[in-house]
Design a protein around this ligand. Structure first.
Ligand code: SF4
Ligand code: SF4
Length: 140
């Protein structure tokens, strides 16, 4: 390339609009039907587990604390999710959906990709039960 041509291109680029964005400060709006993170409303859930059975990547687990009182905790493994939307589509009670607002994933630890959905006290109770040592067997 001749120096003159190159110089003209460089000069012209000073006056052109940027083709790139200053992410994360500038972002394009996400489409309305974009499938980002899963959201869940335990108040509407019946505990049928259809969503869990339909998930092709075993990304969700439902922990039932008290079915009658609608106390459920949904364990969501974001790092396993393939964002197919099958769980949300099949939930007859519309207690799940895929967010078009919450979709940016970056973390330094794998643990941050395990998310618990449910009432705060239910999540706490479930985590306490997990950390308890197993009861000693009566038959030694
Ligand atoms: S399919 Fe819907 S109602 Fe059934 S367990 Fe899943 S979220 Fe709850
Ligand atoms: S979006 Fe697909 S992969 Fe993700 S939890 Fe739902 S069914 Fe599983």
């Amino acid at each position: 390339m001749k120096f003159g041509t190159m110089f003209t291109d460089i000069l012209a680029s000073f006056f052109k609009k940027n083709s790139t964005q200053l992410y994360p400060f500038e972002k394009n709006p996400t489409p309305e039907r974009f499938r980002g993170n899963l959201y869940y409303d335990p108040a509407k859930c019946t505990g049928c587990c259809l969503c869990v059975k339909d998930c092709p990547s075993k990304a969700i687990e439902l922990v039932t604390i008290d079915r009658a009182a609608k106390r459920f905790v949904l364990k969501y493994h974001m790092d396993r999710c393939v964002y197919c939307g099958q769980c949300a589509l099949n939930c007859r009670f519309k207690c799940m959906g895929m967010s078009n607002k919450d979709w940016e994933h970056a973390a330094l630890n794998k643990e941050e990709f395990l998310v618990y959905y449910g009432k705060e006290e239910d999540v706490r109770e479930m985590l306490e039960n997990i950390s308890k040592p197993p009861a000693e067997s009566e038959h030694k």
